[in-house]
Design a protein around this ligand. Sequence first.
Ligand SMILES: [Zn+2]
Length: 367
Amino acid sequence: MSAGRATWLMAVGIGLAAFAGTDVRLDRALAQNAEIQAAAEPPALITVGATSLRPTIAPECANRTDVLGVSRVVEIDTSRGPYFGEQYKGLEDDFLNFGEVVITFDDGPMRRHTIPVLDALDEQCTKATFFAVGRMAVSDPTTLQEVQDRGHTIATHTWSHKNLASLGADAMKREIELGFSAVAAAVDKPIAPFFRFPYLGHSKASRAYLESRGIGVFGIHVDSQDFRTRNAAVMQRTLLNRLERNGKGILLFHDIQVSTARGIRELLAELKTRGFRVVHIVPKQAATTLPEFDAVAAKSIKGRKKATTKAPLADRAVTWPVAGEEAAPPAERPAPPPPQAERRAPPAVKDWANPDNDPWQLRSMGQ
Ligand SMILES: [Zn+2]
């Protein structure tokens, strides 16, 4: 990366509201004004704290101009519960400039697809954010730790991918909190207070709850629709066409989908060719978790470890039941049936860790 290309633009503006002692939410102009050039320096962040959440750049990536890299690291202060993505028009804190993208992956980890995704990101010396599902994290902590070790941001996507728009207060809280506790327990390190609603489905109550917990909500701008095809080329075309129309945005992929596992490598190279620039989002503070949910998550992780010690060849992609799950509160209602147009999808099966049989992906978002 040349000195110019390697210039790390560090936007600390998202934390400026707190810095200035006001209660103003992120102000885009402030954020842009606060970009600080630190030529040829690694992406250390100005804000003190959260050392373990800082991005890491492999030495072999320094001074590379032939890869996508990371053009900017944006540190996000979630203390006021900000929103990002086109689903939150009027509320959105849009920090992206034209030509900038944030790469995100939902629903994992799933080793056989997550690892090729990580290898592709490494090849381009770039960074992404992974919105992991709690149950998936508990079933495969090793893979999620690898995601973290390779310098990506770890965020959450509920405990079991339920549509929070349709849950009562207790079940909604449990999905959110156990998601955070399980994902943090799986990586055994602080994670980001970043959250994405399954199906992007939310209620006033769930949004208020996340705001009260100082969690940042991430929607999307550009959907790869990777769950609708196994064909890498179709996924790539969908993503690139939509991105060209939008000009920038938060990109959505799923690291449990075969079209993404197969196609992400070529897609990232194409983003580089077309001149898009990657913004890596990192949190100002780590997510806080609640002790009662940490206890459930710890028990679940422990049980999983015991089982894998006994049967080391067990399929790590099989989801793992949480302690006490069967005793879910009565307020927890089943998810609503999928819309009419999507009922042609194969029936839901218990092995939903298998992307071929994944009920949530088959009715996901419905765009
Ligand atoms: Zn999802």
